[in-house]
Design a protein around this ligand. Structure first.
Ligand code: CA
Length: 338
């Protein structure tokens, strides 16, 4: 892993727990109905990231979303988890989606060996880059946001919040987000209170708190919690599906192709693209309030109907949502795989 200096020390005491989120003025909402998605993924130990990216491609194939780029957080000790993102992009015929890597080093963000990145790097087409050769995720965030229309970008965060903490660590980053971002869906936390991997893994608590405390208050945050994802088990759909990087990840991570796996990250992508209601049905119910994050990363929800932030409860039968997600996970690519 190349060594780069991170721009801000997000564990600084200036990110006090009680700090007000910055009130940075935004601009008028542009009502383009098709969300422009920037995905922030760890693509590391679990396979739901692979299925979430696949679902995002399937939604793009249906004209429901555009994929601006993928920022990768966390560190794969094999140095290959960016190549998994690239391999999935190649599978869906979109090889030019930019894939950028956290500038953090081990010790500054969770660092683990991916259970599936070596196999996917060896067995499937991709851009050939190792993680150390990829561009900086914070630079990618800034470039994509600056190039976008005001209030036109939706972020789906399905891993650690290190990239967001680094992006938001100064007023320029906060102003850029306030001006360009329409909404964010974050898979993280456990509701109404508890512990969850993305928020607390390997001492991530201060980073999680810094990212959420620095997020502009004019842009609502929607949280997908651990407890929601565990209700929606998917993955056995790949048993009858053709070979693909996603199918391979479900074979290699927790034997998920036979045992299935919770759908934390797919739910976050689905909500980022489709919102609460789709196809005439309400799938999710928001519980408004605000998140409190302890040093450990443990979160506590303070309910308040006046707050813009919310976590989601399931508003439809779990098996129906599992079916919707599995249809997206195995939808054949619209374009020719590369
Ligand atoms: Ca993830």
């Amino acid at each position: 892993m190349k060594s780069k200096s991170i721009r801000c020390r997000t564990s600084d005491s200036r990110y006090d727990f009680g700090r007000q989120r910055p009130l940075v003025s935004g601009t008028n909402l542009r009502m383009d109905p098709t969300p422009n998605i920037l995905l922030d993924t760890d693509m590391l130990t679990d396979c739901d990231d692979a299925a979430a990216l696949a679902s995002l491609h399937a939604l793009a194939d249906r004209g429901e979303a555009r994929i601006l780029g993928v920022a990768v957080n966390g560190i794969d000790t094999h140095g290959l988890h960016g190549a998994v993102v690239s391999a999935i992009n190649y599978y869906y015929g979109r090889p030019n989606i930019p894939v950028a890597m956290t500038p953090r080093s081990p010790g500054q963000t969770p660092s683990k060996p991916s259970s599936y990145s070596p196999a996917i790097f060896a067995e499937y087409p991709h851009d050939g880059l190792r993680d150390a050769e990829r561009p900086d995720a914070i630079d990618l965030y800034r470039r994509l946001l600056e190039e976008s229309e005001d209030r036109s970008v939706t972020i789906a965060s399905i891993g650690f919040l290190s990239n967001l903490a680094d992006l938001l660590c100064d007023e320029a980053g906060q102003e850029l987000v306030a001006r360009k971002v329409r909404a964010i869906t974050i898979m993280g936390g456990n509701y109404p209170e508890g512990n969850e991997y993305n928020f607390e893994c390997e001492g991530s608590g201060p980073t999680t708190r810094a990212a959420l405390a620095s997020w502009p208050s004019t842009i609502p945050i929607t949280y997908i919690g651990f407890e929601l994802g565990t209700k929606i088990n998917t993955g056995r759909c790949y048993l009858a599906a053709p070979d693909s990087p996603m199918r391979r990840s479900y074979e290699l991570a927790y034997d998920s192709i036979n045992r299935s796996r919770p759908s934390w990250d797919q739910i976050a992508v689905l909500h980022a693209v489709r919102g609460l209601v789709h196809g005439g049905r309400q799938w999710f119910r928001p519980v408004h309030g605000r998140n409190q994050i302890a040093d450990s990363g443990r979160n506590t929800w303070i309910p308040n109907s006046e707050e813009p932030d919310a976590y989601l409860e399931l508003a439809a039968p779990a098996e129906d949502l599992s079916t919707v997600i599995e249809e997206l996970m195995v939808a054949p690519p619209l374009m020719q795989p590369i």
